[in-house]
Design a protein around this ligand. Structure first.
Ligand code: C2E
Ligand code: CA
Ligand code: CA
Length: 574
């Protein structure tokens, strides 16, 4: 007699295996073993608590018991979150069982992260021990992990080799971390118009003693499946911080480096806290470290991911959505998860000869949408001039790919950014942010930034209170225009009307009003401008309303064109 030991009300391991041996000996029966394992159950317990975890297991157990009765099968419990069901082999029935188990899981956690994975071993005679049959069924569950569409896999003999290989990778990774075999390459991100480097992405590499430099695609997916990715990622994040610290110590101005954060990292650790600790340890500013999160991440455990992104934002990090367009719910995700930059991969755009129209269409709509949402786009995987031309025409401003630079060692990257001509420290931003940057010019530290000055031409900030207009700040080029030779006395600076012909006062006031009404476009103005020495210029300017504080309105004037009315020589900035 088989004893019935209750564990969640199902048979214990020994009873189950005895039953399987008996079934396998019966040539009349075509049975199979279903191994049921809950993905990330460890985290389920961590987030929802052990009692909720037990409830979840109990429901699974109850369901399996009902299947045992319905199909003349036998359910078993193997400890932890491992259940098994031995029953007649019928894929339709198995698929419906899988659907029902998934439904239970979704009811419990409202997330695909904790779906049960089902591995099936088809019993064909009793030439192998029952426990090996069960182990094979378990092996098949490994192939379900991470695939949220298909939750059932039938074991085939080839799986054992692959699993063995994976296990080898896993043990070697641990050793590799200890022996510092992991490192990273840096691939620059460029401003398309100039080819200058605006940032870089850190890409892990494994310096394997016998296999040489191993690319991440050979080990990242395995590590993600086994939860080991966190260890590698933390190691790389720290190496990146160390490297940036090294540059600063050598007086090299770094560009922001983005690190890859995988789904598992967010599920298994407190990413914002870890990054904060690293930045503190290496005394780095947040602007130097950016976070890339792969889009597929957003499709699971949405709340947890969005919560993490929110916290990263609160802490002041920039978050890039990686591989945008590779998943199926991209648009929804864009709406839900507020990210700062979108990364689109050429390879997801189907830019083959035949399909290029479609790819371009997708690209165009994403670029338009992102510009509406004021999220800048970086296109990666750019490999040739033709692609670059397309991107330019569409208004994409940033790119990453072999066409610009391949991933390189940090030493090579250091040489690259040491040449200031090849670097653009404005980084990646959308037009909206650039406007804010202009606002930041009120910050005296940036005020003398020659680069920004040259981009903008002469500019001035005006403060309007009642009908009084004061000049609060101007830049170098404004001094030059006003003929002040770089020195404008305090009084001069404040006496706005001195620069304006009396007859134009009404027109000037109207321009300020128009700019206030039209915050996005601003207002245009042209008219006379009286220089310090009394001579006259004809000026063109655009006026923007910036903000209002306690009845004081702040405006920015950008002088787009001016020329001396006497000498007819002109200087054009736009
Ligand atoms: P990813 O984040 O999308 O990184 C871009 C990949 O495209 C890199 O491959 C890069 O070398 C490659 N690539 C760059 N330009 C071109 C191009 O013009 N043409 C083509 N065909 N490919 C280009 P890599 O370094 O092999 O990395 C593969 C993936 O591995 C990454 O994709 C990322 O998902 C993951 N990964 C890399 N480093 C890390 C890491 O430190 N942590 C984690 N969690 N994942 C990482
Ligand atoms: Ca990436
Ligand atoms: Ca990518």
């Amino acid at each position: 007699m088989i004893e019935r030991n209750f564990s969640f009300g199902v048979h214990n391991r020994k009873s189950f295996l005895d039953y399987v041996e008996a079934i396998a000996a019966d040539k009349e029966k075509k049975y199979c073993i279903l191994a049921v394992d809950i993905e990330y159950f460890k985290f389920f317990n961590k987030w929802f608590g052990m009692p909720a975890g037990d409830e979840y297991l109990q429901e699974l157990a109850d369901y399996l018991t009902s299947m045992e009765l319905k199909y003349d099968g036998y359910a078993g419990y193997f400890g932890g979150d491992n259940f098994a069901l031995c029953m007649p082999y019928d894929m339709d029935v198995i698929n419906s069982i899988s659907d029902n188990l998934s439904a239970i899981a979704l009811k419990k956690a409202d997330s695909v992260a904790f779906l049960p994975a089902i591995g099936v071993y088809v019993i064909a005679g009793n030439d192998i021990p029952a426990i090996t049959m069960y182990d094979n069924a378990i092996e098949a569950t490994f192939y379900v992990y991470g695939n949220y569409e298909k939750r059932v896999m039938v074991y085939d003999a080839g799986m054992t080799c692959r699993v063995e290989e994976e296990l080898q990778v896993i043990s070697k990774v641990k050793e590799g971390l200890r022996l510092h075999q992991f490192t990273f390459y840096l691939q620059p991100k460029c401003r398309i118009s100039s080819g200058c480097v605006v940032g870089a992405e850190a890409l892990v590499r494994w310096n394997h003693p016998s296999r040489g430099l191993v690319s991440p695609s050979a080990f990242i997916p395995i590590l993600e499946k086994n939860g080991l990715i966190g260890q590698v990622d933390r190691y790389i994040w720290e190496e990146v911080c160390k490297t940036i610290r090294g540059w600063l110590d050598k007086q090299i101005t770094p560009v922001p480096i983005s690190i890859n954060v995988s789904r598992m990292d967010i599920l298994s650790m407190d990413v914002p806290k870890i990054l904060d600790e690293l930045l503190k340890k290496y005394s780095l500013e947040k602007e130097y470290l950016k976070v890339e999160i792969t889009e597929s991440v957003y499709t699971e455990q949405v709340e947890k991911i969005i919560g993490t992104i929110d916290r990263l934002h609160e802490a002041g990090y920039t978050v890039l959505m990686d591989d945008f367009g590779s998943g199926y719910s991209s648009l929804n995700m864009l709406r839900n998860a507020i990210v700062d930059v979108l990364k689109l991969d050429m390879k997801f755009l189907n830019m083959s000869e035949r399909d290029s129209k479609k790819g371009i269409g997708i690209l165009e709509s994403v670029v338009n949408m992102s510009s509406t949402m004021e999220v800048p786009v970086v296109v990666e995987g750019v490999e040739n001039h033709t692609q670059e031309e397309y991107l330019k025409a569409m208004g994409v401003r940033y790119a990453q790919g072999y066409y610009y630079y391949k991933p390189m060692t940090k030493e090579d990257f250091e040489k690259l950014i040491s040449d200031e001509r090849r670097v653009d420290h404005r980084g990646i931003r959308n037009r909206h942010v650039e406007q804010l940057r202009v606002n930041e010019l009120a910050n005296p530290e940036l005020f003398n930034d020659t680069l920004v000055n040259n981009i903008l031409g002469p500019i001035a900030f005006y403060e309007v209170y009642g009908d009084e207009i004061r000049i609060t700040r101007v830049n170098e080029l404004y001094y030059e225009m006003a003929g002040a030779g770089g020195e404008l006395s305090k009084e001069c600076k404040r006496r706005f009307w001195d620069n304006i012909c009396k007859d134009d006062k009404q027109k000037v006031m109207e321009t300020f009003e128009e700019a206030t009404r039209n915050t996005a476009k601003g207002a245009r103005y042209e008219g006379y401008f009286v220089k310090i020495d009394g001579t006259t210029l004809w000026i063109h300017l655009k006026l923007f309303f910036l903000k209002e504080q306690a009845g004081h309105k702040l405006y920015l004037a950008v002088f787009t064109d001016y020329y001396d009315v006497n000498e007819k020589d002109s200087k054009t900035y736009r």
